[in-house]
Write a protein that binds this ligand. Sequence first.
Ligand code: PEP
Ligand code: MG
Length: 323
Amino acid sequence: KKKELMIYKEQPSVTKDGHHIEIGANIASPDDVEPALENGAEGVGLFRSEFIFMNRTEAPNETEQYIAYKAVLEGMGKRPVVIRTLDAGGDKKIPYLNIPEEMNPFLGYRAIRYCLVETDLFKVQLRALMRASVFGNLKIMFPMISSVEEIRNSKKILDEVKSELDAEGIAYDPNVEVGIMIEIPAAAVISDVLAKEVDFFSIGTNDLIQYTTAVDRMNENIKALYTPYHPAVLRLVHTTIKNGNAGGIWVGMCGSVAGNPLIFPILIAMGLHEFSMSPGQILKSRKIASLYTLEYLNEVLAHVLSLGTAEEVETYLKATFTH
Ligand code: PEP
Ligand code: MG
C-alpha cells in the first residue's frame, strides 16, 4: 500500500482538474526533516519549536537554537519552512519557565502571552531565527494570537531584533514572512482585520476545536464532543480562509484536520492553499486530491455547509468519499 503511494512522492499536489495546493509536514526537531522529505513533503508547515525547549533544565541559548533552525532550513533546501515561536503552557509543560499552576492552563499564561512578557527569552529565539534565515526559506509564525495588538507587539519586538542585528553587522533575510496561527475563535472571527497585519495564516484546528466547542482537548470523558465536524468549527475555518484570501495573504492549516481524509478535500474547495500534516499522511492526501475536480468538491462543500449537526456532516462525508 505504501509502495503504491510512492508514485505521488515527486509529483505536485493537484486536483484532478489541475488546481494546485501545497502539502508540507509538521515536525518537532531537525531529525524529522529526513522522514518528511522521504514522504514527499513540499515544505515544513509547522515546526513546533517548543520541543527544543522540552526535556531540559534551562532554555536553549541563542547558539543552540540557531543550530537547530539552520539544520531544518538547510535540510529543506529551497522549500518553505514555517517555524512557530515558543508555544509553552497548556498541554506543553516546561518546568523551568516557571509558569504558575493555573486553574485553566489552556486559557492561561502561555505561548505568545508568555513571550510578550518574557521578552528577553522571546528575543533570543527571534535572533536565532533571523540569523538562521539566510540558510533557507524561513517563515516565522506566532502561536495563540487573539488580537491585533498581540501581532503588532510581536512584530515590534521582531523589528527591534532586526535593528540589533543590523547594528552588529549580522546578516539575515529581510524578506522573512511573518504569520500567525488561527487557533482561537476570536482570531477567526476577526480574520478580515488580522489579514491586514500579516503575510499568512495557519489554522490550528487542535486548539480551534477545543476553544470553539469548549471541550478540553485532553479530557477523555468528553472526547465525543471534540469533533472537527461541528458546523461551528467548519464555519470558522471557512471564514478564516475566505478572509485570508480576500486580504491577499495565503492560508494554510497545520492542525490535525488538515490530514483528515474526509475533511481534507472540502478544505481545498474552501480555498485553503497549504496543508501541513504528519509526514505519514502526505502521500495519501496527495492521492486524494488527485481523485476529484474542484467543481465536484465545491458541490460537496456547499452541501456540507447546509448541514446543521456534526453527525450529519460526518455521515455525509463518509458516504460521499469512499477513497
Ligand atoms: C493546533 O492547535 O492545531 C496546532 C497545530 O498546534 P498544537 O497542536 O501544537 O497546539
Ligand atoms: Mg495550538
